[in-house]
Design a binder for this molecule. Structure first.
Ligand code: PMP
Length: 394
């Protein structure tokens, strides 16, 4: 064994939680991801999914993927730049650009590779990238790959953002990057104030709409649309892995930005394009989102119901304003215990521990989909109340 193995063999945290019987990860799902799933022969209510629109099991979305696979094959065998561009990639880009309200869009194979490829490609030496300290890991990795100076401000603290902007050379590019909806705690970026500061300091803004798309704004166009600030935001990023019931991601912006990214973003050029099935499924989900406004209505109906019920039941749920409801536990071990006991009771929720949140903010993340019923929410809250009481968290 070498030095590498010697070092990594010391990493035994997962084994510690396995020995305690509370290791919560890599559970296998034996079927489609609906509001109920089968795991290890055990039927559980799914409140840990990001499929807010509830379209991952939709027959039309599935059939679109199957038909595309028949027509185009199983993979594209190359980069978009060379042999990997299909007509449906281009169609999806056009429709997404129109949907979010930008001139053009580019599709990538995952949302992660949008952020990790686009962010380092936009600004150069002497410029600045300014992030909220709760921004998603893909944004953090994108800025790490950049030659620019990286600044961050305390979560949604606009005075701190202004302080960071004041540090910058006024003649350099200053790109502010935020999650529109914060992925673990469900609160929104203070976009109106960020836009005001953008003008004051001549900065630019990129918004990650991973959790805003399909949830906020007209027909689910996202948080920028919800605030009426689409024209003020320079770049809008989104993923297909949540509301669009597939896998992939996109960046939308004006023509000059897209022209640059198209020829320079390394994860776009040096990585193979999204599969035909993934692309066609996302396209079909995008159509359904626009054709069936009742989905969004259902999502908000059940979300508002759950928010009210959790608050009434005494759970600490922070500042969420979205279908992502954090149930704070504030202790890693207890967070895993809640996850395990809830699973045994028949409720699947996700544990969130550092680095996905601050160490004092560990939580279980309860997320809603458009096809959840009030009865399912009632059942889950009743079971979670039992678990939280058992662990003296309520
Ligand atoms: N941005 C945010 C805010 C996310 O939550 C995620 C996924 N969890 C991503 C980007 C990455 O998206 P994908 O899963 O499509 O790679």
């Amino acid at each position: 064994m070498g030095l590498l193995q010697d070092k990594l063999a010391k990493y035994d945290e997962p084994q510690k939680y396995m020995a305690e019987g509370i290791y919560p990860y890599f559970r296998e799902i034996e079927g489609k991801q609906g509001t109920e799933v089968l795991m290890g022969g055990h039927r559980v209510l799914m409140f840990g999914s990001n499929a807010y629109t509830g379209l991952t099991g939709d027959d039309r979305v599935i059939e679109a993927g199957v038909a595309a696979m028949r027509k185009y094959g199983s993979g594209c065998a190359g980069s978009r730049f060379l042999n990997g561009t299909l007509d449906i990639h281009v169609q999806l880009e056009k429709e997404l650009a129109a949907f979010v309200g930008k001139e053009e869009a580019l599709c990538f194979a995952t949302g992660f590779t949008v952020n990790s490829g686009v962010i380092p490609c936009l600004t150069g030496r002497g410029d600045y990238i300014i992030c909220d300290d709760r921004d998603h890991a893909s944004i953090v990795d994108g800025k790490r790959l950049s030659f620019s100076q990286n600044l961050k401000y305390k979560h949604n603290d606009m005075a701190d953002l202004e302080k960071q902007l004041q540090k910058c050379n006024p003649d350099a590019i200053k790109l502010i990057i935020v999650d529109g909806v914060f992925s673990m705690e469900g609160d929104l970026a203070n976009l109106p104030e960020i836009v005001r500061l953008k003008h004051k300091y001549n900065a630019s803004i990129m918004v990650d709409e991973a959790h805003g798309l399909g949830v906020f704004g007209k027909q689910g166009r996202g948080v920028c649309d919800y605030f009426g600030l689409t024209d003020e935001v320079d770049l809008i990023m989104g993923t297909f892995s949540k509301s669009l019931a597939s896998i992939g991601g996109f960046i939308a912006a004006d023509k000059s930005i897209i022209n640059w990214l198209k020829h320079n973003a390394r994860t776009y050029i040096f990585s193979a394009s999204a599969t035909p099935a993934a692309t066609a499924s996302a396209l079909e989900a995008l159509h359904i989102l626009q054709q069936e406004p009742e989905r969004l209505e259902n999502l908000w109906n059940v979300t508002n119901y759950a928010l009210k019920r959790f608050r009434e039941s005494g759970f600490e749920i922070g500042a969420t304003e979205s279908p992502i409801i954090p149930l704070y536990v504030r202790d890693t071990e207890k967070t895993f215990m809640v996850t395990k006991l809830a699973f045994d009771e028949g409720v699947f929720i996700n544990p969130v521990i550092p680095p996905a949140c601050a160490p004092q903010d560990t939580l279980v993340r309860f997320a809603l989909m458009a096809n959840h019923t009030h009865e399912q929410v009632d059942e889950a809250i009743q079971k979670l109340t039992k678990v939280f009481k058992q662990l003296e968290l309520l």
